[in-house]
Ligand binder design. Structure first.
Ligand code: DOR
Ligand code: ZN
Length: 353
């Protein structure tokens, strides 16, 4: 077994852990928690995480699961709340100052899983952004157009950059903004340009590894269907290029691992790629293909710490070793959920040192 890389203090800055009630949290949380020092769980759970009290309870729920798997205290949790025009800023600030809330996530209304209560226009959000900017509360943006806007699904991110993201950045220059799961050349270039010093982006493994052909050719692979949807090859290449040449440390690991039971995928083709069981291997594979393994540590951890001014507590520090191994087959399904690379052979394997 040959060591390929050692990674310290991985942080997944965008992951869907779901809930105990919907049964998925205990199935998928350990896959992520085992390897990371920190995780930022998304608030589009059922019910959603709207208030600081919801965030506090959601953290406790995650901690219960971590305890069950003897991982409690080994992973930091960054609770984020689901932003709506009704978000109570007093509650938000109190929750932030108390450490119950780390940040806010903005969904475009109706554009993805559990986003019906999201934001349809940004003007009505300005008073909330203003408070967030004042207190240093970060904003994560799912940058697509709300569903009531007539736009092609493949162009939605591009339009939302122009109509939603840029006006936010222009009006709130001190607001810390993370554009989530970028998928287009326009996004990659905007983030790397440095035009907005407080803008970073998360990048999923699937958007680094694949273009839309992988999902559509030779039969539709709904396991690769996610929002924002995979785009043309030129976009994947632009994202690779930006990540490869990232000198400012503005691209962050955010898997967007989004588990849906196979039965639900079959029935409604719901959006989400379940990458948690293989996310370390997936990023290593992508960075090896890009020939920039030396950039992976910054992407997986250091860029997050720098942008958010975060230091990994000692108890949560972890080293993950990725090795070249004999081919092993990724299971077709984990607990009823089909993972990224299902049924494929991998020659990389991650383990905690
Ligand atoms: O593909 C996606 N799945 N995109 C999202 O924005 C939500 C996520 C989910 O919750 O399943
Ligand atoms: Zn997501």
């Amino acid at each position: 077994m040959k060591e390929v890389i050692k990674l310290t203090n991985i942080i997944d800055a965008h992951v869907h852990l779901r809930t105990i009630a919907d049964k998925r949290m205990p199935l998928c949380t350990p896959h992520t928690a085992k390897f990371v020092s920190g995780m930022l769980p998304m608030p589009n759970t059922n019910p959603h995480i709207y208030t600081s009290e919801d965030a506090r309870k959601y953290r406790q729920e995650i901690e219960l699961v971590l305890k069950h798997f003897e991982l409690l205290g080994t992973v930091d949790i960054f609770p984020t709340i689901y932003l709506t025009p009704q978000t109570n800023v007093n509650d938000l600030v109190a929750g932030y100052l108390a450490g119950d809330v780390f940040s806010c996530k903005q969904y475009p209304r109706g554009a993805t899983t559990n986003s019906a209560e999201g934001v349809s226009g940004i003007k009505e959000m300005f008073p909330i952004y203003q408070v967030m900017e004042k207190y240093g509360i970060p904003l994560h943006v799912h940058c697509e157009m709300p569903m009531d806007v007539d736009v092609d699904i493949f162009d939605s991110e591009k339009f939302a950059i122009q109509e939603m993201l840029i006006p936010i950045l222009d009006n709130f220059p001190n607001l810390k903004v993370s554009m989530e799961h970028i998928t287009t050349k326009k996004a990659a270039e905007l983030v790397s340009s440095g035009r907005y010093p407080n803008l970073v982006a998360t990048v999923t493994p699937q958007h680094l590894l694949y273009d839309r052909n992988k999902m559509l050719r030779g039969g539709l692979d709904s396991n690769l269907y996610c929002m924002p949807i995979l785009k043309r090859k030129e976009h994947m290449e632009a994202i690779r290029n930006a990540v490869k040449n990232d000198e400012r440390g503005v691209f962050l690991c955010g898997t967007d691992s989004a588990p849906h039971f196979k039965t639900d995928k079959n029935e409604c083709g719901c959006a989400g790629v379940y990458s948690a069981p293989v996310f370390v291997e997936a990023y290593v594979k992508a960075f090896m293909e890009m020939n920039v393994l030396e950039k992976l540590q910054a992407f997986m951890s250091d860029n997050f710490c720098k942008f958010y001014g975060y230091t990994v507590p000692e108890a949560m520090q972890k080293t993950v070793v990725v090795e070249q191994v004999e081919p092993w087959k990724v299971p077709d399904v984990y607990d009823g959920i089909v993972p990224l690379f299902h049924g494929e052979e991998l020659t990389l394997r991650a383990r905690v040192q």
